[in-house]
Write a protein that binds this ligand. Structure first.
Ligand SMILES: *Cc1c(COP(=O)(O)O)cnc(C)c1O
Length: 465
């Protein structure tokens, strides 16, 4: 008897056809599919079969048990966290990345050309963000790993300043990290890097309902270090209110003080795609390292993000991330070998979905996605603040709306959100801003339209009345 594996190989055409039909079924229903789902285990059916059932039967099983509880997270009304969608071209790229199954780890041009495609895609992204070619970049699984990668090199730099090769000889105590509003993933990276979550010295916010750092306070703290090295984690878009640190002012301090400057622009960095908003990141091209998420506002499938690191740090970068300690770096300094630049060794061809989408929609396509989402956030913010039932916790600075119910206890806010999410029409996430219970809606999906915003707002008003 022919094995299920070999049977499937013969039936590949039918299987891929089915995958196409099922995918279209999902994508075409994104507008109406619920944004909630309830998974239950089924001990009778979730065991590893002794003999495989073949992919077609697995399809049936998937459809019966799992598919109908998968939520429309890439649909137009999934506004929780910062969840992007998928452009048609990025789906094509992702499908092909799977079908071609390349391992993107080696030196550009050696073994396969994955690394060449990756280098090319990074160049397209640099052009999208108007960043100079002094940056070397690569793909990682998300902004967390991008922050991790950048901060690992920052740590190596700080060690070097203190006369220690941390990658080879282990940690030293006493690395100063400064930040006003670091993303949780940057703090997590500090934990993984042995720098420690508790070792972030908080810089004051600017006055007036801001989350951006007071650069005068940053300067005072740098001055007090007396030339000792520091790592600065700055924000191009905080999560609650999408506030931006003053990049130009920070860049100016680089002339006088000894610090590594990292910018987390996971989603806020996309301000650079719009002439109307690019002033928010003006000066960020002076940063030592940058984090940008692709599975958020670039609207490519999970898992995708990039880091960008100034090429002048190439030696430190390789010292930190090369698999084995090779004292002679030679060719690595001129060739791009991703094994020496990213945390993973083997990776899928993660660049391909981004490559497809960037080629397909170009600068103007992304400007339009970004500006439309910002416009929708502003519309939603205006509806809320004019309603009397809701109140903005901060102005809508870019694509996220942070709000609460007027005159409500925290329990009321949370139970309102729970009821709203239970409708399955929309998904938003809770937050606490300046000690007040709030709700966040983030607009990063190209599918979201004005009608979605009105529909959700109508539902919200019904629920508070
Ligand atoms: C989402 C986000 C991250 C973490 O990104 P993942 O892709 O979830 O790992 C880091 N920084 C900021 C500012 C973010 O919004």
């Amino acid at each position: 008897m022919i094995s299920p594996l070999h049977q499937d190989a013969i039936n590949l055409d039918t299987l891929l056809e089915r995958a196409k039909v099922e995918s279209l079924g999902h994508l075409n229903a994104l507008d109406i599919l619920p944004t909630k789902g309830a998974y239950t285990t089924n001990p009778a059916r979730d065991q590893l079969p002794q003999q495989g059932i073949g992919a077609l039967n697995a399809f049936d099983e998937f459809n019966e048990r799992l598919r109908n509880v998968i939520v429309a997270s890439s649909g137009p009304r999934y506004w929780g966290y910062v969840i992007g969608g998928t452009t048609p071209a990025s789906i094509v790229g992702d499908w092909l990345a799977t079908a071609f199954d390349q391992c993107s780890f080696a030196t550009a041009g050696q073994g396969d050309i994955s690394a060449n495609i990756e280098v090319e895609t990074i160049q397209l992204l640099r052009q999208l963000f108007n960043l100079p070619d002094t940056y070397l970049g690569g793909f990682v699984s998300g902004a967390t790993m991008s922050n991790f990668t950048c901060l690992s090199v920052a740590r190596q730099w700080a060690g070097q300043q203190l006369g220690v090769d941390i990658a080879n000889d282990g940690m030293v105590p006493g690395i100063t990290v400064l930040s006003a509003e670091p993303h949780a993933s940057a703090v997590k990276s500090l934990a993984m890097l042995g720098i420690g979550r508790n070792n972030v010295v908080r810089i004051n916010y600017l006055d007036g309902n801001r989350e951006a750092m007071d650069v005068a306070d940053l300067e005072a703290k740098l001055q007090a270090l007396n030339g000792q090295p520091a790592i600065l984690i700055s924000s191009a878009g905080t999560v609650n209110t999408v506030d931006f640190d003053d990049m130009a002012a920070i860049g100016k301090l680089k002339e006088t003080y000894n610090f590594w400057w990292h910018v987390d622009g996971a989603f806020g960095g996309f301000a650079a795609c719009s002439p109307a908003y690019q002033h928010l990141v003006a000066g960020w091209e002076q940063a030592d390292s940058l984090t940008i998420d692709c599975h958020k506002w670039l609207n490519v499938p999970y898992d995708s993000a990039i880091f960008l690191m100034q090429t002048k740090h190439r030696q430190l970068h390789i010292e930190t991330l090369q698999p084995l300690n090779s004292p002679y770096l030679g060719d690595l300094l001129t060739n791009v070998n991703y094994q020496t630049l990213v945390p993973e060794s083997s990776r899928r061809l993660r660049a391909l979905p981004a490559w497809f989408s960037l080629m397909a929609y170009g600068k103007e396509g992304y400007q339009q996605i970004v500006e439309t989402n910002i416009q929708l956030a502003q519309t939603f913010g205006k509806m809320l603040s004019e309603s009397g039932c809701f109140e903005l916790l901060a102005p809508v600075r870019l694509n996220t709306v942070c709000f609460t119910l007027t005159n409500a206890e925290p329990e009321q806010v949370n139970s309102f959100l729970k009821t709203l999410n239970e409708t399955g029409l929309v998904f938003m996430t809770p937050t606490v801003y300046r000690g007040r219970a709030g709700i966040r809606a983030a607009f990063v999906n190209w599918r979201t339209r004005e009608e979605d915003v009105s529909m959700v707002f109508g539902e919200m008003v019904k629920l508070v009345e």
